[in-house]
Design a protein around this ligand. Structure first.
Ligand SMILES: Nc1ncnc2c1ncn2[C@@H]1O[C@H](COP(=O)(O)OP(=O)(O)OP(=O)(O)O)[C@@H](O)[C@H]1O
Ligand SMILES: Nc1ccn([C@@H]2O[C@H](COP(=O)(O)O)[C@@H](O)[C@H]2O)c(=O)n1
Length: 656
């Protein structure tokens, strides 16, 4: 289950943004402010500021929350108080009541129990979600906006009923003040939260920013398509056809697929999971009891159901019983008529319309006939976000470097006493060789690299395997920690590793290990080597560490956070273009062939790493592109990440 935590001051847009994200992802939503308002409503009703009396009243009339983002509601006992909690009286009192430690403890338990009940994911918004309520949230956002923007939004929302913008601003500031300075769970940004300033963003733009982060971090589950049907109708053959390889077990004995086996599939640019379910029987016995039960579970888990019938046999009573079951779950369902090898079979198979699941899709799983059309129909039914969770939000780090630089010692130094595999989050698919390690206040996922595991050491016996493994680790990570041995000269191989990271477009931190062996002479020498060899990655932070003793290991977590933060950073288009305007005004692009290319505008085309596209009227020299990149870095600072700048020639009329 994915938890997204959104914190920030009043009126920054938390509720509106959270609801939009939750609706789009098909997740639940929790407005924790509404719970604090509800308890304040109770305090006002019993006319008491005494925490014990307030808690006693809550026990009499418990607070509950309906977490459907389309219709969130808060109840006190059986009374819906969603409107009453927005009154001026509650608004003025809520920050005072929320600062009471017993009130916070009571609501902390309530919040966690609501979150635990969510199905696939939940967006939780408040003041202390990323810091206290859900410190392990998969994505933490700290949403702010300037007070003037927040006051204007609130005033517009309330049609001036709150006394005008100035009065709203005053009330918001007072609440900000109390919320930020209270001793217990004050409003603050979690160290691993992403800060979004919504002052100049529309609501849609704010939602889009967060959506981009969710997809970039693979937190939006892939849709699941369950393949169901009686034993031996050709389900596994169909799956092999879909995934393009012989992986699903195919055997002519009915019911050979024992469990819900999953395969990743891609068609027409859509990735999804195919779930093989074994054969379903209406009166199972022996092993088929488990197989049928697992097929029923698959119906519940999947987003789309494919019901496969053997067209050469036709629909049997058994098929009819399964159709009744399929109808009950009310999910998009496709009827697949398999073993339709030619036109004659197809005309016979039309009888399958009688099943009552709509148009049969005629397929020969064995020969491929009709399978592309079937995949087209399936992908049309896929939701944007599905049930198969791929990542859990822990930042993925690869430790890389040539042999003997101290990868394992660094890993051990980081893990210290706390080395642990806490990999028990249900329902996620991940590489079993990853390690979860807690240090510097966060849990990090270390993706497998040569040197991380004994197995890896064996496999890296040749350069070929070492390079292959490094590349795979790089593909899977978000940030690479490149380890160098500071006690010896920087080698060609060290530089090759650094170039690999840069070319892979990953965030990077360089660790100078074995610092305990560095004397003054070596230090002077190393400074010269850094200047000479590492100038192309001068954006990378360098952390000096002695992994053997643990010296400075605490410096790595902040460096990683800074690098990943830069890697996912988006520069507002308005700021980007005012920067570009000033830059071009002061230093225009060089004249070429008697013509000076015009630079029109720039846009940030993507994150992870930040990619900028500059539109111009003509070809611009590489040196000027590098100049733009350098100045972009100076202006917006991207420590720890490569930045890509591309120039696109755009004709003036097309531009207009
Ligand atoms: N860029 C934006 N992002 C989010 N909301 C915006 C934005 N621009 C305007 N709004 C509007 O601002 C108003 C306040 O937003 P919202 O109620 O979501 O804030 P909030 O942070 O949840 O406040 P509170 O903490 O007081 O509940 C809403 O009317 C919302 O539609
Ligand atoms: N996690 C939270 C959420 C809210 N509060 C307090 O409740 C007040 C009202 O919240 P709104 O989101 O409805 O504006 C807020 O000002 C806080 O005092 C909280 O403490 N912790």
């Amino acid at each position: 289950m994915i938890v997204v935590a959104l914190d920030g001051p009043s009126g920054s847009g938390k509720s509106s943004t959270s609801k939009n994200i939750a609706i789009r992802a098909g997740w639940s939503y929790l407005d924790t402010g509404a719970l604090y308002r509800a308890i304040t409503f109770i305090a006002l009703s019993i006319k008491s500021d005494n925490a014990n009396e307030i808690i006693a009243a809550v026990i009499d009339a418990p607070i509950t929350f309906n977490s459907d983002p389309r219709d969130p509601k808060v109840f006190v006992g059986s009374t819906n108080v969603s409107e009453e909690i927005r009154s001026q009286e509650v608004t003025e009192k809520v920050s005072i009541i929320s600062a009471l430690p017993q009130v916070r403890a009571e609501l902390l338990t309530l919040q966690r129990s609501i979150i635990a009940k969510a199905d696939r994911g939940i967006v939780v918004e408040g003041r202390d979600i990323g810091t206290v309520v859900c410190p392990d949230a998969a994505l933490k956002i700290y949403l702010t906006a300037e007070i003037s923007a927040r006051a204007a939004r609130r005033d517009a929302e309330q049609d001036g009923a709150a006394g005008g913008v100035d009065a709203v601003a005053q009330s918001l500031s007072t609440r900000d003040e109390i919320d930020t300075n209270r001793t217990i769970s004050p409003l603050s940004m979690a160290t691993d939260a992403v800060h979004i300033d919504s002052t100049e963003l529309t609501l849609d733009e704010t939602v889009e920013r967060i959506w981009e982060l969710l997809s970039q971090r693979s937190l939006l589950g892939l849709p699941i398509v369950a393949i169901l049907g009686r034993p031996n109708v050709g389900k596994s053959t169909l799956i092999n056809r879909f995934i393009g390889r012989r992986e699903a077990i195919v055997e002519d004995t009915p019911g050979v697929t024992r469990d819900r086996v999953q395969y990743e599939c891609e068609w027409g640019g859509r990735r999804f999971i195919i779930m093989d379910t074994g054969g379903w029987e209406s009166k199972p016995d022996g092993i088929s009891v488990q197989v049928s039960a697992s097929a029923e579970l698959a119906m519940g888990e999947a987003d789309v159901l494919c019901f496969v019938v053997d067209a050469q046999v036709g629909a049997l009573d058994e098929d009819d019983v399964l159709v009744q079951e399929l109808r009950k779950v009310k999910k998009p369902t496709i009827l697949v008529a398999n073993k339709v090898d030619g036109d004659n079979d197809e005309s016979d198979a039309h009888a399958l319309w009688n099943i009552g699941l709509g148009e049969p899709h005629f397929v020969s799983a064995l020969h491929g006939r009709g399978s592309g059309d079937l995949l087209d129909s399936i992908t049309k039914l896929l939701p944007e976000v599905g049930a198969a969770q791929v990542q859990d939000g822990y930042r993925r780090i690869a430790l890389i470097g040539r042999p003997n630089v101290g990868k394992s010692s660094l890993l051990n130094a980081l893990a210290g006493e706390n080395r642990s595999i806490v990999d028990d989050v249900a329902g996620t698919t991940r590489d079993p060789v990853d390690e979860l390690i807690e240090f510097g206040g966060s849990i990090w996922r270390f993706v497998d690299t040569a040197g991380l595991k004994k197995r890896a050491n064996q496999a890296s016996g040749t350069d070929y395997y070492a390079t292959l493994r490094t590349q795979t680790a790089l593909e899977r990570c978000e940030c690479a920690v490149v380890i160098l041995d500071a006690s010896v000269p920087i080698s060609e191989q060290d530089l090759r590793v650094i170039t690999m990271v840069e070319e892979a477009g990953k965030a990077m931190v360089i660790v100078m290990n074995k610092w305990d062996l560095v004397d003054d002479d070596r230090r002077t020498q190393l400074d010269k080597e850094i200047e000479r060899h590492l100038d192309q990655v001068e954006w990378a932070q360098i952390v000096n560490v002695a992994a053997k003793t643990g010296w400075h290991r605490d410096r790595l977590a902040p460096a990683l956070r800074t690098a990943i933060d830069s890697w996912e950073r988006r520069v507002p288009t308005s700021k980007l273009n005012s920067f570009l305007g000033a830059l071009i005004g002061a230093t225009p692009p060089p004249v070429r062939g008697g013509k000076q290319p015009k630079v029109y505008y720039a846009t940030q085309a993507g994150i992870a790493p930040p990619k900028f596209v500059v539109f111009s009227s003509g070809w611009i020299e590489a040196s000027y592109r590098r100049f733009i990149e350098r100045r972009l870095r100076e202006e917006f600072k991207f420590p720890g990440t490569p930045v890509q700048v591309a120039i696109r020639v755009k004709e003036r009329d097309k531009e207009a």
